[in-house]
Structure formats: structure tokens, C-alpha cells
Write a protein that binds this ligand. Structure first.
Ligand SMILES: Cc1cc2nc3c(=O)[nH]c(=O)nc-3n(C[C@H](O)[C@H](O)[C@H](O)COP(=O)(O)OP(=O)(O)OC[C@H]3O[C@@H](n4cnc5c(N)ncnc54)[C@H](O)[C@@H]3O)c2cc1C
Length: 430
């Protein structure tokens, strides 16, 4: 019996192991030697655990958020859905509990957590309400994250404490004429002394009904094409910022999605976030992180739907027995629970790669693609498992199903995720 050192510890290799299958044992030993060289890299100074194993801090945040979601969000879900807005008192509680500044350093009034904690928080909230999860996710993974990573010290000091404590942020990239083809955006920023004058219309902007800060992508040098795209802080109070009424949507109705018009908005030069002309890089890069967050929102909603459905199948009786007892029901339930676990592992793995500062664009695209498509299937099945009552608004399954649909559209449609994955595959094999 041979053994090799792997990331999971020392593993015995018997002659029946696939490594011994092809040709002589010598070839197998060569493979083992190569593996040994590969896996004994000095960079591995610990033994990684399963993807579902968390640090104490991560567990604490997960449990705290789960409790908050059950006690503070759940009672408001239907009211917020009906009103099409996030409850003011709840928004205050999200700030008070550190959920709007998860990765903002503690010295800037944030929670100082890691990326996986954000993912777990979004997942826990989404189990109860996809709309609140969208608010928390976009604010943390797109707005805060971009400022933390590319903002100047002065910008961080000015914006991060208020984004952690009282002010919602919006990420304004999409326009009526540029969705998937985001870099063809038409909003312009014209230099005027020490200011820029912004003109254009942003569309589908999440959180914009309650936002105080807008991260706006505008082209400040159209002759350079997409390399003129520059990112600006725009404050709600600036003259010329007009937020239209929220769209009437299929799902995540409480998450305000509005058009934002910029009419001769005069923005000081120091409001450029990061480097002039690098906006396209930030949009592409940070949407990768955002996609892991959307993955978390999707697996959360799918789990929420299952948690509301499986107990019903154990209680509901037909043909003299609970409907869970029918083998065809068991197989379908087993299948969706397995599919959801696979999606969850893709999401957690992408999140861990973000933390490890490894290349993760392909993983993020895979996580979002699989999580959103899976969530749709799982929630649709949950309606089926409930029978007629699952089709009514008296039960939560129909809302989970409607809320999930956005996952295959925003932060890049499923087609665009497939294109990203394919681009990486081509590169890997070229
Ligand atoms: C509720 C909601 C919230 C949103 N929040 C925000 C936000 O906060 N900030 C923001 O900037 N944006 C936001 N968006 C915008 C969102 O990211 C875009 O809607 C999305 O990227 C798709 O763009 P589009 O709607 O213009 O669709 P289109 O780009 O017009 O796509 C229509 C169809 O064509 C397909 N398609 C397009 N190009 C290709 C291609 N090259 N290959 C194959 N298929 C293609 C798409 O997959 C899709 O099926 C939000 C959208 C919604 C609905």
C-alpha cells in the first residue's frame, strides 16, 4: 500500500486505485511522485476542511443573521412586497446590526468581516426574503467592495462610515440601450474646469429609491471607446439627479429598481473613484464578486422554499399516507436537495477563491449560472410538491419562485455567464 500527501491529509493508494489502473505500477508511481510534488507545495501550511466548514466568526455571523431574518424580516415580508419598498425600521436595523458594512474595516465603523461572511449573510437573509437579500448583497458586494478596493483614503474616510451606518448605495452601470453590452454605455462626463458634467440615463438601478450615494459609470473620453469609461461618486443631493418611480416587477418587489436620470450633474474631479478610464475594468471585476453574491441569494431562496415545503409533504395525506412516502415524491425531493447542495458548493468555492485572491471569474460565472438555474427548478418543484395551495399567495412558494427569476437576468444573464465560462475554457485549451 502506497500513500500520498494530499490537501486532505495522507491518503492510502491501494493497487485497486485508479492511479494503478493504467499500465505498469511504475507509471502509477510516477504519477504519485508528480502529485506529491504538486500537493506538497509550501504554500499549503494548513489542511483545508470541507467547503461547508466555517470559522467561528463566520458561524457567529451566519447564526446572528438567521435570527435577525426570522425575527425582524419574516414578519414584514408580505407588507414590504405589497408596498414595494423596504420597511424603514428594518433598514435601520440592518445598519445597526452591521449588515450594511460587512467588509468595511472596523475603524471605519464597519463589521470588518470577510467575503464568505457576506455570502453567508446574503444566503441567510434570502431564505426569508429575496428582496432584502438583494439590497444587502448589492450594497455590500458592488458598492462597498468597489470603494474598499479602489477608493482613495479620503474617499474611504468620507463614504465608508456612512455606507456602514446610514446611507444606502447604488451601482449604476446599465442603461436603456446597454445591458449585456454594458460597455457601450452612452452616459457622458464632460470636463469643465475642476468638475465633470454628467448627462445620461441609467436603468434598472437597484436600491435607487432609497440610495444616498450612486456609483455612476460614465464615459469621460468617448474617443477612447470603452477605455474612456470612468467611475464617479454622485450624491443624491447633487442638482440634476432625478430618480424615477420604481418599476413594477415580477419578483423582489420590495427591492426598488428605478431609472436614474443625470441632467447636467456637476461632479467635482475628486469624486472620480479609482483611476480615470479604468471604469470598464472595475465594472467587469466587481461584477464577478457580485455574481457570487447573487449565487448566495439564489441558494438562500431555494433553501427557504424547501424549508417551507418538505414539512408539508411529511404531513399532507393522500391515499392514506403522507405524500413524502411516495417513492416518486422522494426521488424528486432528493434530486432537488442534491442539486441545491451542488450549487451551494460552487458558490462557497468561488467565495473562498475570492478570499484566497485566486483567479475566480470562471468560478463566479459558474456559481451564478448554476445557482440561479437551480433555484428556479427547485422553487418550481416546491410549488408542485404543495399541489394547489402552492399556487396561492397564502403560501410562500409562489413568491420564492417569482423572486428567483431575477437570478438568470441581473449581473449578467445566463447566456453571458456561459459566454464567460466558454472564454475561459478556450483560453485554458489554447
Ligand atoms: C430587477 C433588476 C435589477 C437590476 N439592478 C441593476 C443595478 O443595480 N445596476 C445595474 O447597473 N444594472 C442592474 N440591472 C440590469 C441588469 O444587469 C440587466 O438587465 C442585464 O444585464 C441584462 O441586460 P438587458 O436587460 O439590457 O438585456 P439584453 O442585454 O437586451 O438581453 C436580452 C436577451 O439577449 C441575450 N443576449 C444579449 N447579448 C447576448 C450575447 N452576446 N450572446 C447571447 N445572448 C445575448 C440575453 O442573454 C437576454 O436573454 C438590473 C436589472 C433588473 C431586471
Amino acid at each position: 500500500m502506497n500513500s500520498i500527501k494530499t490537501a486532505l491529509g495522507r491518503v492510502s493508494i491501494s493497487p485497486q486505485h485508479p492511479l494503478f489502473y493504467f499500465g505498469s505500477r511504475k507509471i502509477a508511481r510516477d504519477i504519485i511522485q508528480k502529485k506529491r510534488l504538486h500537493v506538497s507545495s509550501p504554500a499549503l501550511d494548513h489542511t483545508p476542511g470541507p467547503l461547508t466548514q466555517f470559522t467561528e466568526d463566520e458561524i457567529m455571523m451566519k447564526e446572528t443573521v438567521a435570527k435577525l431574518a426570522r425575527e425582524e424580516i419574516a414578519p414584514l415580508v408580505r407588507k414590504m412586497e405589497k408596498e414595494g419598498k423596504i420597511d424603514d425600521g428594518l433598514l435601520k436595523k440592518l445598519f445597526e446590526n452591521g449588515l450594511m458594512g460587512l467588509e468595511i474595516p472596523t475603524e471605519l465603523n464597519g463589521a470588518g468581516s470577510n467575503f464568505l461572511t457576506t455570502i453567508l449573510a446574503v444566503e441567510e437573509i434570502a431564505k426569508v426574503d429575496g428582496a432584502v437579500a438583494a439590497l444587502v448583497d448589492i450594497h455590500n458586494t458592488l458598492v462597498n467592495s468597489l470603494i474598499i478596493k479602489v477608493g482613495s483614503e479620503a474617499q474611504k474616510a468620507k463614504y465608508l462610515p456612512k455606507l456602514a451606518q446610514e446611507c444606502v448605495g447604488s451601482f449604476c452601470l446599465t442603461e436603456p440601450g446597454s445591458g449585456s453590452d454594458a460597455f457601450s454605455l452612452k452616459t457622458e462626463a464632460k470636463k469643465d474646469g475642476s468638475h465633470y458634467i454628467l448627462n445620461g440615463t441609467k436603468m434598472w438601478i437597484s436600491n435607487s429609491d432609497i440610495a444616498g450615494v450612486f456609483i455612476v459609470f460614465a464615459n469621460a473620453n468617448p474617443s477612447a471607446g470603452y477605455k474612456g469609461i470612468t467611475t464617479f461618486f454622485v450624491d443624491k443631493e447633487m442638482p440634476g439627479v432625478i430618480v424615477a418611480k420604481p418599476e413594477d416587477k415580477l419578483g423582489i418587489k420590495a427591492s426598488g429598481t428605478c431609472m436614474v436620470h443625470l441632467e447636467n450633474v456637476r461632479v467635482p474631479e475628486e469624486n472620480i473613484l479609482g483611476v480615470f478610464g479604468q471604469g470598464y475594468k472595475y465594472a467587469a471585476g466587481f461584477l464577478n464578486e457580485g455574481r457570487v453574491g447573487i449565487g448566495a441569494q439564489m441558494i438562500g431562496m431555494a433553501q427557504g422554499a424547501l424549508d417551507a415545503t418538505i414539512p408539508y409533504t411529511l404531513e399532507r395525506k393522500q391515499f392514506g399516507q403522507d405524500i413524502f412516502s411516495f417513492q416518486s415524491m422522494q426521488h424528486q425531493i432528493a434530486q432537488v436537495v442534491t442539486d441545491l447542495e451542488a450549487a451551494r458548493l460552487l458558490v462557497y468555492n468561488a467565495a473562498r477563491k475570492v478570499e484566497a485572491k485566486q483567479e475566480f471569474a470562471k468560478d463566479a460565472a459558474m456559481a451564478k449560472l448554476v445557482a440561479s438555474e437551480t433555484a428556479l427548478r427547485v422553487t418550481a418543484k416546491c410549488i408542485d410538491f404543495m399541489g394547489g395551495v402552492g399556487f396561492t399567495t397564502d403560501f410562500p412558494q409562489e413568491k420564492y419562485f417569482r423572486d428567483c427569476k431575477i437570478g438568470t437576468i441581473y449581473e449578467g444573464t445566463s447566456n453571458m455567464q456561459l459566454s464567460t465560462i466558454a472564454k475561459h475554457i478556450r483560453k485554458e485549451y489554447s
